[in-house]
Design a protein around this ligand. Sequence first.
Ligand SMILES: [Zn+2]
Length: 130
Amino acid sequence: MKSLKKAGLIKTQPRMLILDIFEAQEKKHLSTNDIYMALQRNKTPLSLGTIYRVVNQFEKSGLIQSHHFSPDNAVYELCAADNHDHMIDIRTGKIVEFHDEIIEKRQKEIAEEYGLDLVDHKFILYGYFN
Ligand SMILES: [Zn+2]
């Protein structure tokens, strides 16, 4: 289990419940609504307000990161050590992760060429899966 303490957060019931949902990994990329529904299914419901607040705290402390794959919906996932990128099916919303050494390397090289001190990157492919 990822440590709340390591992220500088005190253990509270809502934080532990929400972290459990992320770690259950039925789905890796969760919207606040997904979290809400999962908590309902687990019979440990929390209000959307509480979920927003905790997700915000998790993001600020570096426990999770947000993605805006579509303009109207943010999804969140646990920050992983591996640097992966995403493919999105724009019809179904299906998300597939991939990792490519050449892309990683080229991004670093390009940033260097332009004198950019690289701290983060987003590389997303949009299309339709067959
Ligand atoms: Zn991901």
